[in-house]
Design a protein. Structure first.
Length: 96
């Protein structure tokens, strides 16, 4: 399984970018994006930035990843998925 990481661009030369997430830095390709600026949040799969993220979407993805890590460690993950507590998950409109 491949997980996308919400990373922040630290520096870029227009072809690649040094990005950070959760204390990790890695150089990724930004060739699929139109000149993302330093400070932009990007979704990274296999060292390729595939799209820009707004701050809220990046935060939600990061929370979900922390929740997954908590569950894998045998800890409660409810706080990371508070928006799902007490209701059934809903499919996005395009998948209904």
């Amino acid at each position: 399984m491949c997980l996308g990481l919400p990373m922040t661009i630290v520096e870029t030369d227009g072809v690649s970018a040094l990005c950070s997430f959760a204390g990790e830095e890695r150089r990724v390709s930004v060739m699929l994006l139109d000149k993302p600026p330093v400070g932009a949040k990007v979704l990274v799969y296999l060292d390729d930035a595939v799209r820009l993220l707004d701050d809220e979407e990046a935060r939600l993805i990061a929370e979900a990843l922390r929740g997954l890590q908590a569950a894998m460690n045998g800890n409660s993950c409810d706080e990371f998925f508070a928006d799902l507590i007490g209701r059934e998950p809903e499919l996005p409109d395009h998948l209904r």
